[in-house]
Design a protein around this ligand. Structure first.
Ligand SMILES: *Cc1c(COP(=O)(O)O)cnc(C)c1O
Length: 395
């Protein structure tokens, strides 16, 4: 964080424009992800799900480190191919068009995660016309019960995957289609799981399920995709997912349970890029309104929608700035609950609510932490046509 703060301090001295930027600590990104990849047990592969943050410098930095990228559109396929001609790509997501499936074949995607029977038939037909056979995983929406997490993609009705109740039909269909090869199953079922031991149990549960299907339908499987969903604790940054515990329990569990010849893929998004990213915004105004104090910043949820979409106060620190260009007195507040809002004309443009800080002045910079995943990438950048933030990738 030191170099991020130094950068902002220098920029504040050099420019009188209100500061607003996403800043990335690239060294932290690479060290963090590399440590994860290196500590994974045998017979696993570690992919990055790029929808968490698909900025090209992030992809270029991670390409030499991870085993591949998980994508969910042809646009994401192209982004990956623009940084690497040959890194493995696995392609999922509901509602893939023919154009996307053909594009995936042309860009040498390694695996397609098929999400419905209709998609299975279409992919077979498209591959038939090209005289090729595509390796696939069937994405299944499990019945559960699953360990708790913030967002569940499975174990309840969603648009994702094939209902576990239709799995026999899907497998039987896949077996009859000559241009797809069923390599295994994709069981990504939850998001933001903070419990390492439960995550191991989840993978164990997946293995038991697919062993059952392999036996029942006489399948030779090579791949189980256990999805992403390793979480970030935004409420307490000092109490994060216990990675050491995770890999120390995962290794022996796989040794005991994993059938010969099977590889387990992980495709984490949030966990890889959240901690390397910062969203820094300058305080433009401070005012009291009907008994509440608001800090209005240069920027807002059109850049950083994560706190609204999760309905949480995003963690931040205040960076004091001594610069003050006006002849009149500088407004400040001390030790009172503050609500931090952006420049949009909607009361929903809230980044943090009722947070008490010791000291804040107009012109100080608020630095949101853990902003590197599902921040810029999920936001509606042009609502109200304010300028975009800078994107700074600090080495
Ligand atoms: C979003 C997504 C991921 C990544 O999820 P995280 O919670 O960011 O780890 C992985 N797989 C699929 C299919 C996804 O849709």
């Amino acid at each position: 964080m030191k170099k991020i703060v130094e950068y902002i301090n220098t920029a504040k001295q050099e420019s009188d424009k209100p500061f607003c930027a996403f800043l990335y600590d690239m060294e932290h990104l690479c060290t963090h992800v590399q440590a994860r990849v290196q500590s994974m047990p045998a017979n696993t592969r570690y992919f990055y799900a790029i929808k968490a943050n698909s900025e090209l410098p992030i992809l270029a930095a991670l390409a030499p480190i991870v085993d591949g990228f998980e994508v969910a559109s042809i646009g994401e396929v192209r982004k990956v191919r623009s940084v690497s001609p040959d890194i493995p790509i696995i392609f999922g997501g509901p509602g893939k068009s023919d154009e996307e499936l053909i594009g995936a074949l042309e860009h040498h995607v390694s695996l397609i995660h098929v999400e419905s029977l209709h998609e299975l038939r279409r992919l077979n037909e498209l591959c038939g016309k090209r005289n090729t056979v595509m390796p696939i995983l069937l994405r299944v929406n499990l019945r559960g019960p699953l360990p708790t997490a913030t967002l569940a993609m499975g174990g309840r009705p969603t648009q994702f995957g094939i209902d576990e109740g239709q799995i026999a039909e899907a497998i039987q269909l896949a077996k009859t289609l000559p241009h797809v090869k069923l390599e295994g199953f994709h069981l990504h079922s939850l998001s933001n799981n903070l419990h390492a031991a439960e995550h191991v149990k989840l993978v164990q549960y997946y293995i038991q399920l697919i062993k059952g299907w392999a036996a029942e339908f006489e399948l030779t499987l090579s791949t189980l995709n256990a999805g992403g969903g390793i979480g970030v604790n935004y409420a307490d940054l000092n109490d994060q997912f216990d990675w050491e515990l995770f890999v120390s329990e995962l290794g022996p569990m796989l040794e005991a349970e994993l059938p010969e010849g099977l590889t387990v893929l992980f495709e984490c998004g949030r966990y890889n890029t959240a901690s390397c990213g910062y969203y820094a915004v300058e305080v433009l105004d401070i005012k009291e309104n009907h008994g509440k104090t608001y800090a209005i910043v240069r920027g807002g949820t059109q850049h950083f929608r994560l706190p609204v979409s999760w309905q949480h106060s995003h963690p931040f620190v205040v960076l004091p700035s001594e610069r003050w260009d006006y002849a009149f007195e500088r407004k400040e507040v001390n030790n009172i609950p503050l609500t931090v809002v952006g420049q949009l004309c909607t009361p929903k443009d809230v980044l943090a609510s009722d947070i008490t800080v010791p000291h804040l002045r107009i012109g100080d910079v608020i630095l949101f932490l853990y902003a590197g995943a599902y921040g810029w990438s999920i936001s509606h950048h042009d609502f109200l046509s304010h300028p975009h933030p800078d994107h700074l990738y600090l080495e």
